[in-house]
Ligand binder design. Structure first.
Ligand SMILES: [Zn+2]
Length: 251
């Protein structure tokens, strides 16, 4: 790895050490309870039709539903368990006061994007690098980039991180075939926006040390299918985030 790419990590390490010291000396940190985004997805985003996804929290059931399929969005029709916007696995991994929702959007021309918002609660450790969750059986991150998304009314474009993923699945006759998806995200605190995990870590540290505040951070993600070599996904990301951003970001 080039020294240049390691630099943010050393900065973070230094700040973490400084934070520990500062916390040891001053315990008075105001928790900012006001988040930077609303935890909601509009049912309509331009030409995109939304449908919320909810998950049964009973570990023996594990069913998931689109809200259009069920009449009561809080009780599982299969087992009577509680339904939530976070899957049971996610809910078990995250602190109990973490909020999360997911929505599927479909366009008339047959495209589908999945969106999610996760908002940290009082325990600030609830949001981590999405990269750690995306690698898995038959899936790999094969590229990443920072994409400018123009937003009406925002000073300058929003920068989002886009991960390009390649997946393998069984093809005809016992062969394997691969296909591509993208996963775009950014982090938002009150008055703070960044696509970079290390930038968020630095802000978390400096806000605590110099301003005595701790924000409720949110992370907003959208994902969809891409062709393996094309970059049409970029216009999809720009369209959906361009429509979503003004509806959820709190000024
Ligand atoms: Zn259930």
């Amino acid at each position: 790895m080039a020294p240049r790419t390691l630099k943010p990590f050393f900065v973070v390490l230094g700040l973490m050490a400084a934070t520990s010291l500062a916390l040891a000396l001053t315990v008075d940190v105001n928790l900012v309870d006001q988040p930077g985004v609303k935890v909601l997805f509009p049912s309509q985003l331009g030409r995109w039709n939304g449908d919320a996804i909810v998950f049964c929290q009973n570990k023996d059931c594990g069913a998931q539903f689109y809200s259009s399929e069920i009449t009561n969005a809080v009780v599982c029709p299969k087992c009577g368990g509680k339904l939530s916007g976070l899957s049971k696995v996610e809910a078990d991994l995250l602190p109990p006061d973490t909020e999360g929702i997911k929505e599927r959007y479909r366009s008339p021309d047959g495209h589908t994007v999945m969106t999610s918002i996760v908002l940290s609660g009082k325990e600030r450790a609830s949001i981590h690098r999405p990269e750690t969750c995306l690698r898995g059986q038959g899936s790999d991150i094969t590229g990443s980039q920072i994409l400018d998304v123009p937003i009406t009314g925002r000073q300058g474009p929003l920068k989002v991180k886009v991960l390009l993923l390649t997946h393998e699945r069984a093809g005809p006759g016992g062969t394997k075939e691969s296909y591509g998806t993208y996963y775009a995200y950014w982090f938002a605190g009150k008055g703070r926006e960044t696509p970079q995990h290390w930038q968020r870590m630095i802000w978390m540290a400096t806000d605590r040390i110099f301003h005595s505040v701790a924000h409720r951070w949110a992370y907003i993600a959208i994902s969809g299918v891409r062709t393996k070599d094309g970059n049409e996904y970029q216009s999809e990301v720009r369209e959906v985030i361009g429509l979503l951003y003004p509806q959820i970001v709190l000024k």
